[in-house]
Design a protein around this ligand. Structure first.
Ligand code: IMP
Length: 430
């Protein structure tokens, strides 16, 4: 029996929600270990749509423990609003089925404001963030001035922590011409929210250790994707956390052997939200068609996603960096009815060829994809549950991808419905 981590292997939005839900039905504990409410996971269960941002996907199922690890940056106001919304859909959320790491760092309103002020000031050079304050909050964590969840339990020492934080932030705000944050007002806001959020705070590392010892199945739910990783992604057009599977250990308080099987989620084509390099982007009718057929609009910000051909060179690189054991290929049905499909196998940069995307924004901006062409199919792959249900060209496309990325396909997902999956390998079997 294995503990499984699910991570996105492209720029996020690979369709992790459905796969995580499919796996969480068989897990005992579901853990978020990085990111924050910049993520958006949509689950469809018995026709009911659940939209999750910060809560682990296990929350919608009875009898599962959901855990928000120390690697997550937690906006308590956004979290409470999400909890209320889900409770309105009949989901039970109490400290018996949700624990938030007491040492998680908080996202405060000033973080979202700074995120937006920076983006506005950057103009054309903006990152295209979700504006949720993710980056500024991680900066404060690394800068050792963050307010931690457990700090809310000690109101007498909060004023010193707030002062330390505001010394930094008010100086920055003056640079942007924004008004100072009032320490008393922030203290009052934190004191007000404390009794609502503190009942969920606890030692996540200990809970997970005990769960492992008891033989429980743990599922680590990644957010965003490897190409948005702060170290390995297309820096600086990345998010501010490590999105690779190794973060499951650091971001939850388990050792390096926390994960036995890493499932990479890979979309059958490529999308990206926000700015930054995208070698196979299609700024034409084909890109438009992919976006329309794939409903490529962001769950969090509603932004239109950029679309392009499948990039096997980049996915191969991601899978290696993240230590992926097998992939789930998603949204194959979006490619139904395309006459020809292209797959990127490498790049040319200033006359030199590469079988990977070299680091550095200056080199990446001159990248030209090298394509291989495959025949499309006219039949439908939607809802297929076995290889026999797929048109022959679709099978060829999937098998060619598997060859190029040098990683086995564990599952193919063929619709948003939970059971529409072709299963080759059960990740929980290790
Ligand atoms: P941030 O995480 O809000 O700082 O945004 C940094 C970059 O990551 C931007 O390009 C965002 O569009 C992207 N991003 C953040 N979260 C997600 C996600 O869940 N899916 C896809 N892209 C994301």
């Amino acid at each position: 029996m294995a503990d499984v981590a699910v991570i996105g292997a492209q720029w996020g939005d690979e369709g992790k929600g459905k796969l995580v839900d499919w796996l969480s039905a068989r897990a005992d504990v579901v853990v978020r270990f990085q990111g924050g409410h910049n993520a958006g996971h949509t689950l469809v269960i018995d026709g009911e749509v659940y939209k999750l941002s910060l809560l682990p996907s296990g929350i919608v199922r009875d009898g599962k423990m959901s855990v928000i690890g120390n690697g997550v940056v937690v906006d308590p106001w956004a979290l409470l609003a999400e909890m209320e919304r889900l409770k309105g859909q009949g989901v039970k959320i109490t400290p018996t089925n949700l624990m938030i790491a007491e040492n998680a760092s908080l996202i405060l309103p000033l973080h979202g404001e700074l995120d937006k002020m920076r983006e506005e000031a950057a103009g054309k050079g903006k990152i295209g963030t979700t504006g949720r304050g993710i980056g500024p909050s991680y900066e404060d964590k690394a800068g050792r001035r963050a307010i931690k969840l457990i700090d809310l339990a000690y109101p007498e020492s909060l004023p010193q922590k707030i002062e330390r934080l505001l010394t930094h932030h008010n100086a920055l705000r003056r640079g942007f011409g924004a008004a100072d944050i009032d320490a008393g007002a922030l203290l009052a806001q934190l004191k007000e929210i404390a009794p609502q959020i503190l009942p969920f705070a606890g030692p996540v590392w200990k809970l997970l250790h005990d769960a492992r010892k008891a033989g429980n199945r743990i599922l680590f739910e990644g957010a965003q994707g490897v190409l948005l990783d702060v170290d390995h992604g297309t820096y600086p057009f990345v998010t501010s956390s490590n999105t690779v599977a190794g973060q499951a250990a650091t971001g939850s308080g388990l050792g390096p052997r926390a994960v036995n099987y890493v499932l990479g989620i890979v979309k059958a084509y490529t999308t990206r939200v926000g700015e930054g390099p995208f070698p196979t982007e299609l700024d034409d009718d084909i890109g438009q068609k992919l976006g329309e057929r794939g409903h490529e609009f962001g769950t969090v910000t509603g932004r239109k996603r950029r679309c392009g051909w499948f990039d096997a060179a980049l996915v191969r690189q991601s899978l290696r960096i993240a230590g992926v054991d097998g992939i789930a290929l998603t949204k194959l049905d979006v490619l139904d009815t395309f006459e020809e499909l292209k797959v990127c196998t490498g790049y040319e940069i200033d006359g030199q060829s590469f079988d990977y995307l070299p680091a550095g924004i200056d080199r990446q901006k001159n990248v030209k994809p090298i394509y291989e062409s495959l025949q499309g199919w006219s039949g439908s792959t939607a809802g297929a549950r076995s290889w026999a249900d797929l048109p022959a060209e679709a099978v060829k496309y999937v098998r060619r991808i598997e060859e190029l990325i040098e990683c086995p396909i564990a599952l193919v997902s063929t619709s948003p419905e939970r059971e529409d999956v072709i299963l080759m390998k059960d990740p929980f079997e290790g």
